[in-house]
Design a protein around this ligand. Structure first.
Ligand code: SF4
Length: 564
């Protein structure tokens, strides 16, 4: 049986891995004569920002090599609290000068040879170069506030004058097909609130949803248009009554999925109660209803379960792995549907070490503590090669799906595991790119017009409990207000040229966006982490949505839309 390690061991191990990978990526991207010094500056700032002082030395030791004496960690942490970058680089310069005769290490951290006599000039150049990179210049929380303010504006603009003009334009179009479509899936957002602040979350600011109308009409319309309903949003722990009500009353829906962050399972009894309530809700469905199942999706990744240090250096898990273990065990004997772990891809996804290290290693230990273990694992890799986030230039298949066999004292069950990419949106914009698998290769190929195989942009409808209707792939792309307009909203899916272009991943959206704002367009292309992320970013501004829609109407592709 593998013992559950104390949190500090996990904290040090995980941050050491993050440090090595961030430094490796930085070093590969900045391979020039200044690179050595810049790497040291990067590593030093990374440690100061990411690691509590109690643990910095242990984490920094991940960069030590047996040949180098004194070790890199001692240089990195020299005068951490005082001393500006120039003074610190000067100190480093002197140390290298002293050691240059004896140090033969061909390490990745080796700086260029020190040229005596030009120290001040070179240190000044290095500091200027470092500042030009713009890294770690603004405190993290200040950056979060800045991005949060942008998000607030985007959300407040939802359904504003531009969106209403855009919708009016779409409604004025005549198309042969006036029917109300149905979809493979639809989502309901009961509320967007969440008390957590995961580093990869696409939300920083969430619109408050208060004084909400009766959800009955929303459920009724979803019931007519899809067999698969997903409850999503923030922390849905407080929205389970509505989920149970939906299960018990929506006769056409066959799959009820809910995405949980696991916070509710603070005891085994709470986890058991959760599944018992689902069972009761399913049992309330009359026999005449479609046969239904529930898919319980539980987030499990390095961010939801991140180990955090408070000011005193005391550690806690953001959402404890034990909560997830309790839910898996409670769900193991349950026959009302499936339980799936929803994971975010990182460098571990490039091998089966994924199932032994990081958060999945911690989960295995928590399960074993309770007399359960993960047996056979059957996994699938992505159809396309992806770039290793810490080693730009290296590619490979990543594990994107698995079936985990969960074996207990008296029973066994299968747990589904789904692992997807992160896009640099919301809080995730502030993450170092070494930390998550993203899609630079796919993006490049798509931008070059190579029509790579990829999932379409998800344009299925997302209905907010407050009446807003948007898209799965773009929570800001406003299609109307259900409580003002009713089902008529859904006819827009036949007509909206922007939705159609997104669904086709049509490159003309880029041309149109560039015509709207060339500078903004350049910025978005430079910072995009995937084709879908770029489409998402290009439609965030309501003025852009209106412009893109008009542009697409005047530059039709395959479908001819006739203004009335
Ligand atoms: S990722 Fe989920 S749990 Fe984390 S902050 Fe966002 S909504 Fe909350």
């Amino acid at each position: 049986m593998s013992a559950v390690k104390p949190l500090d061991a996990h904290y040090i191990q995980w941050h050491a891995r993050r440090l090595v990978e961030a430094v490796r990526r930085f070093g590969l991207v900045h391979r020039d004569e200044d690179g050595g010094f810049l790497i040291f500056l990067f590593a030093r700032h990374w440690l100061i920002r990411e690691v509590h002082p109690h643990y910095r030395l242990q984490v920094a030791r991940a960069l030590d090599t047996p040949e180098r004496d004194p070790p890199v960690s001692s240089w990195l942490l020299h005068q951490v609290e005082e001393g500006d970058d120039a003074a610190w680089i000067g100190m480093l310069w002197d140390r290298f000068a002293q050691n240059s005769q004896t140090d033969t290490t061909p390490a990745r951290l080796m700086p260029p040879p020190v040229v005596q006599g030009i120290k001040e000039q070179r240190v000044g150049e290095l500091i200027r170069r470092w500042r030009q990179l713009g890294l770690f210049m603004v405190p993290y929380q200040q950056e979060v506030r800045r991005l949060g303010a942008v998000e607030r504006e985007v959300m407040r603009d939802l359904g504003g004058a531009d969106d209403r003009e855009r919708i009016g334009l779409i409604d004025s179009l005549q198309v042969a097909d006036q029917s109300i479509p149905s979809w493979a899936k639809m989502a309901l957002i009961p509320r967007l609130a969440c008390p957590e602040s995961c580093r990869h979350c696409m939300f920083i600011w969430r619109p408050p949803m208060k004084h909400l109308p009766d959800p009955g009409p929303l459920l009724a319309t979803i019931n007519q248009r899809t067999a698969n309903l997903l409850f999503t949003g923030g922390d849905l722990t407080g929205e389970l009554d509505l989920f149970h009500h939906a299960i018990a009353t929506m006769d056409q829906v066959e799959t009820f999925a809910i995405l949980l962050n696991g916070q509710l399972a603070h005891t085994r009894a709470a986890a058991d109660d959760f599944f018992a309530a689902l069972h009761r809700a399913l049992a309330r469905r009359p026999r005449s209803f479609a046969r239904a199942r529930v898919v319980v999706q539980i987030s499990l990744d390095e961010y939801h379960q991140e180990i955090l240090a408070n000011r005193r250096g005391e550690l806690r898990e953001r959402i404890p792995v034990a909560h997830v273990a309790r839910l898996l065990i409670a769900g193991a004997g349950w026959n009302g549907g499936t339980v799936a772990l929803v994971h975010k891809q990182n460098s571990l996804n490039f091998s089966t070490l994924l199932f032994q290290h990081g958060v999945l290693g911690r989960l295995a230990a928590e399960l074993e503590l309770r007399g359960w273990n993960i047996g056979d694992v059957h996994w699938l890799t992505s159809p396309r090669s992806k770039e290793h986030p810490a080693q730009p230039g290296r590619q490979g298949g990543v594990i994107r799906e698995a079936q985990l066999s969960l074996v207990g004292p008296a029973t066994a069950a299968t747990v589904h595991f789904i692992s997807s990419c992160i896009d640099a949106m919301g809080r995730a914009e502030l993450m170092d790119r070494s930390e998550y698998v993203h899609e630079p290769l796919l993006l490049e190929s798509w931008l070059q017009g190579a029509s790579p195989v990829m999932d379409p942009f998800d344009t299925d409808p997302m209905l907010w409990r407050n009446g807003n209707v948007t898209l799965f792939g773009a929570i800001h792309l406003w299609m109307g207000h259900f409580f003002e307009e009713g089902d008529r909203i859904f006819t827009r899916w036949h007509k909206d040229p922007l939705v159609a272009a997104l669904a086709r991943m049509d490159l003309r959206v880029l041309t149109a966006h560039q015509a709207w704002n060339a500078r903004k367009h350049h910025e978005l292309v430079q910072s995009a982490t995937s084709p879908h992320g770029l489409m998402h970013a290009m439609t965030r501004d309501s003025a852009a949505r209106l412009f893109l829609t008009r542009w697409l109407l005047t530059h039709p592709a395959e479908r001819v839309l006739i203004p009335s």
